[in-house]
Write a protein of this length. Structure first.
Length: 227
């Protein structure tokens, strides 16, 4: 097994069958020992969190599969905290897709003159940012992605449509459990034939979720999702 990438929260290996193996670590992004999914550095280690994030990802990838949405998920080994996935190319040097159902966080920092924190964004609002720690993950538009030759307009449209559909499914699952999804972050990649699919993970660190008007921390959220 060849290691091809050392990520902040996962290591990536190449398998002999051509697939990719993601090894979930117990490292979390954050600052000064406090967990923060928005941080771009490893800030703390929480015993067992890698396995919990894997379980959450398996849960959601299966939910999507049952809804007829193809993702990179192939299989998992919870004991080893590993997930076998289809190999995908990432867009540019990595792209994050955010879907917002409620305005908060950086959206309100940017657009607070026009919208109050906590306002519903019916149907969901999609935005894309480059994974670039040094530049603080800058926003990029569809036109930007096309002009930079990172994707075709059709690929963007597919990615956006999938983002809205996947967000709806996750939000409905959380609502069933008494929670409200505010926003969620995804990664997409593309296969050799150009097909755009959801990759990486869907775990508590990728979403902002409220219960009884209070923001849930990732540990409590994980427990409620997997209950
Ligand atoms: N199916 C796949 N094929 C190829 N690479 C993948 C696939 N799924 C996920 N990846 C990549 O594996 C890496 C996992 O690393 P990790 O989650 O630790 O994130 P990172 O790159 O350090 O940064 P960040 O914290 O910003 O997500 C990511 O770079 C992600 O793009
Ligand atoms: Mg990541």
């Amino acid at each position: 097994m060849k290691k091809i990438y050392t990520g902040k929260t996962k290591d990536v290996f190449e398998l002999e069958n051509g697939n990719v193996l993601l090894k979930f670590k117990d490292d979390c992004t954050g600052k000064d020992g406090k967990f923060d999914p928005g941080e771009n550095a490893v800030g703390l280690t929480i015993e067992g969190i890698g396995r919990e994030n894997l379980k959450t990802s398996i849960y959601y990838f299966n939910l999507l599969k049952n809804a007829g949405i193809k993702t990179h998920f192939v299989s998992a080994n919870i004991e080893d905290a590993t997930m076998e996935v289809l190999p995908a190319k990432v867009f540019g040097h990595g792209l994050e897709v955010i879907c917002r159902l409620v305005a908060t966080g950086s959206f309100v920092r940017r657009y607070g003159k026009y919208i109050a924190d906590g306002t519903d964004l019916p149907g969901g609002y999609v935005e894309t940012t480059f994974k670039d720690d040094a530049l603080g993950d800058p926003l990029v538009t569809k036109d930007g992605l096309v002009v930079l030759n990172i994707m075709t307009p059709e690929m963007y449209d597919s990615m956006k449509a999938q983002t809205l559909e996947i967000t709806k499914i996750v939000a409905a699952d959380l609502a069933k459990k008494g929670m409200k999804l505010y926003d969620i972050k995804f990664e997409f990649g593309y296969a050799k034939n150009g097909e755009v699919i959801l990759i990486d993970e869907i775990a508590s660190g990728n979403m902002r979720v409220y219960k009884d008007g209070k923001l849930l921390d990732p540990m409590d959220l994980t427990k409620l999702i997997l209950a």
